[in-house]
Write a protein that binds this ligand. Structure first.
Ligand code: SF4
Length: 394
């Protein structure tokens, strides 16, 4: 099937040149209750949330992203951007820092959890504050681009740890910073010999696709290899503008991988998951992760159960190609790291014989060779590299 992508419903009162200008979108962001009331008829639950003021995780959306949300309070995009009274209710699990990032923070704005890679939080600002955000302990405090002295300390940490092969720019949203700032950050990281890969984790192609300009992709090309990690959660987010932004990255040699989060009542249905991921593959974006929502504060109403997620994954199995299937994963709280969640197709094991029932009921055995027959190839040429990778964090 050839997919089509609808244009966003721009209000008649806004000119094309304003609507398609990312700085206009950021300047015109909706932040206050009265901004939102110009676009939405607020429910009582939403009004109560706005009345909590500073106690609430920051509120912001671009006019573009707001235009994709309907006036139905149950609309998927509306639930992602709109604060709710439920954010203040006691939940089953409420953690300020569910990924344990604060204890893995050896330099300002640097999170070093895995041996070979670090997160570098270049800004805490986003153009939309998603209600499910994992990093509420940092995001949205409007501290903006990292201070110069902290920037130098962060770079110096990365420089002095030769085991760091990947740097993931995150935040906040790294694509809210200017082209000049981004060019500087990427250039400084590229000048470090051991940094092989740079990733940029961003929601801008989703919430402000006009950010993806010719100038931006030229900067990413200049500092290759740079991977773009997008964050589409719902097929309704795939407009003509978003599709054009994704194609611009890929056409310019920037690989794009998508990370989605399963959200209760928003996208936790196999029909929605397949619709999103097939369209992404059509746009040459690889669906990478499908995360269980982290238990950050105020997200209980947005979290679905592990059982529900596994059921969705099992239903998709066999109907969605490996190219279109994201890896279902949960981040173990307190910095335990990611673990895959996979449906279990093995039903029995006796010695070397494993019995399976496949996704459509085919039953069969897989017989492994005996341990004495397992040989290892000569890896001497790669051993030093392997040992240094394992020793990276020490
Ligand atoms: S864009 Fe990312 S960092 Fe910003 S609020 Fe959304 S999920 Fe959090």
């Amino acid at each position: 099937m050839k997919f089509t992508f609808p244009k966003s419903p721009k209000p008649d009162s806004v000119s094309d040149s304003d609507w398609n200008n990312w700085t206009w979108q950021l300047r015109q962001s909706l932040k206050t209750q009265s901004d939102f009331e110009k676009v939405f008829t607020l429910t009582d639950n939403e009004r109560v949330a706005f009345s909590k003021g500073k106690e609430l995780f920051n509120i912001r959306t671009t006019p573009y992203y707001a235009s994709l949300a309907g006036d139905d309070p149950q609309d998927s995009i509306r639930q992602i951007l709109m604060p709710q009274r439920f954010e203040f209710e006691d939940g089953l699990q409420q953690m300020l820092d569910p990924l344990g990032e604060r204890k893995n923070n050896p330099a300002p704005r640097v999170i070093h959890r895995y041996s070979d890679r670090v997160l570098f939080l270049v800004t805490d600002i986003c153009s939309v504050y998603c209600r499910f955000c994992t990093r509420k302990h940092f995001t949205g405090q409007e501290q903006a681009f990292i201070r110069n002295d902290e920037y130098e300390q962060a770079l110096s940490y990365i420089r002095s740890h030769p085991g760091i092969r990947e740097v993931i720019l995150s935040g906040g949203d790294p694509l809210t910073i200017s082209d000049a700032q981004l060019d500087r950050v990427l250039g400084d990281l590229r000048s470090i010999d051991h940094v092989e890969i740079i990733r940029i984790g961003t929601r801008m192609p989703v919430v402000c696709p006009m950010r993806v300009t010719d100038e931006l992709v030229a900067i990413l090309r200049k500092h290759k290899p740079v991977f773009l990690m997008s964050h589409f959660n719902h097929p309704n987010e795939l407009t003509a503008e978003a599709a054009a932004a994704l194609e611009k990255f890929v056409d310019n040699g920037v690989p794009v991988m998508n990370q989605m989060v399963l959200l209760n009542g928003i996208n936790n249905h196999p029909a929605i998951v397949q619709a999103l991921n097939r369209r992404l593959v059509y746009l040459r974006v690889k669906p990478y992760y499908m995360f269980q929502c982290d238990p950050s504060q105020g997200t209980d109403h947005l979290r679905t159960s592990v059982e529900d997620s596994l059921e969705i994954q099992k239903e998709l199995w066999g109907h969605l190609s490996g190219l279109a299937m994201p890896n279902l994963s949960v981040d173990i709280p307190n910095g335990g790291g990611k673990t895959y969640l996979v449906p279990n197709f093995q039903v029995a094991q006796e010695g070397l014989v494993r019995k399976y029932v496949g996704w459509d009921g085919v039953q069969a055995e897989y017989v492994s060779p005996a341990a004495k027959d397992i040989k290892k190839p000569d890896a001497s040429r790669y051993l030093a590299e392997w040992e240094s990778l394992k020793a990276a964090k020490s």
